[in-house]
Write a protein that binds this ligand. Structure first.
Ligand SMILES: Cc1ncc(C[n+]2csc(CCOP(=O)(O)OP(=O)(O)O)c2C)c(N)n1
Ligand code: SF4
Ligand SMILES: [Mg+2]
Length: 294
């Protein structure tokens, strides 16, 4: 049986006292234990930022890499070892700004990973500049006259690009968030959760967000794509919290590969025969003999 104690990390926590990131961390631990996943069964992947420090605060496999580059690393890990639960946990700037291109194509590819965004609508670590999800008109330490753009609608983008599990959580609701994480981690294929995580230093107090975090209506059918897209939209005034969109899992990015080699970590598989590798390289070489078709 997995336990909370197994996940205890001795690394000193650098977050501000009272930061809602603590709630997110506690909810993630609770979900992992509830799924009976021991630390060696998971791998946390992050970029750079306040949020991206989270993997240090759990005792488990982790990769803390470059700002914006968590997704390609996570895809590589999940393909190399499909027996691991690979979970990305990083900030809105890291995943939607610098790493936005990777996330967009991950929605299309459907790798078997979970992506958790700590969405504090700000670049917190670098002291409060506007991020892709900052509200229009919001004044920041860089946008003195207010942000000029509307926020990027990333959850709607996930749905229209084929993501089969899309949810929004609130870091101030530990129980609800743990349940969402549990469902997302158990989902096969890309599961995506945007967590409203107020930054109490550079943004508004938790109370402001709490008043605007509205549970998804009880009669919402998560397979109803149009309604789900409408619920994802960030108007800045309220946020629908819960599972917004969920459809049966579909073929994952690496599925055809595993069909051929089995669901085993690459490290346990025999190396490809040299002749096969050379034959494949030959096929990729530019053919100078055949006249161009163009
Ligand atoms: C390529 C690159 N660009 C910019 C930076 C500087 N930088 C480090 S953290 C950060 C902001 C992080 O914001 P976010 O991902 O939202 O995380 P938060 O700190 O808000 O949790 C930036 C811009 C960097 N390290 N690398
Ligand atoms: S600056 Fe904001 S996001 Fe960063 S630790 Fe402090 S409260 Fe949390
Ligand atoms: Mg941020």
């Amino acid at each position: 049986m997995s336990t909370l104690e197994e996940y205890r990390s001795d690394i000193e926590n650098q977050w501000c006292p009272g930061c809602p990131n603590f709630g997110l961390l506690a909810a993630l631990k609770r979900a992992l234990v509830s799924l009976d996943l021991s630390p060696h069964k998971i791998c946390l992947v992050s970029g750079i930022g306040q949020a991206a420090k989270l993997p240090h605060y759990l005792n488990c496999n982790l990769f803390n890499g470059l700002h914006g580059r968590a997704i390609p690393v996570a895809i590589g890990i999940s393909v190399a070892n499909p027996t691991l639960k690979t979970i990305v946990t990083s900030g809105d700037g890291c995943l939607y700004g610098e790493g936005g291109n990777h996330l967009l194509h991950a929605f299309r590819r459907n790798p078997d990973i979970t992506v958790i965004t700590h969405n504090n609508r700000i670049y917190a670590l670098t002291k409060g500049q506007g991020s892709p999800t900052t509200r229009r008109g919001e004044k920041t330490r860089l946008q003195f006259d207010g942000v000029e753009l509307d926020p990027a609608q990333i959850l709607a983008t996930a749905i229209v690009h084929g993501c089969t599990f899309v949810a929004r959580g609130f870091a101030g609701d530990l129980g609800g968030l743990a349940n969402l994480f549990e469902e997302a981690i158990a989902h096969r294929g890309l599961s995506f959760i945007d967590v409203i995580q107020p930054c109490i230093i550079w943004d508004r107090p938790v109370k402001w967000y709490k008043e605007r975090a509205i549970p998804v209506p009880a009669d919402h059918d998560p397979a109803d794509r149009d309604r789900a897209i409408a619920l994802t939209l960030d108007t800045g005034d309220s946020f629908a919290v819960g599972i917004l969109y969920r459809t049966p899992p579909k073929r994952t990015f690496a599925a055809s590969y595993y069909d051929r080699i089995g669901n085993e970590p690459l490290a346990k598989l025999p190396l490809l025969d040299r002749a096969i590798i050379e034959d494949r390289l030959d096929k990729m070489r530019f053919d100078t003999e055949t006249p161009s078709q163009h």
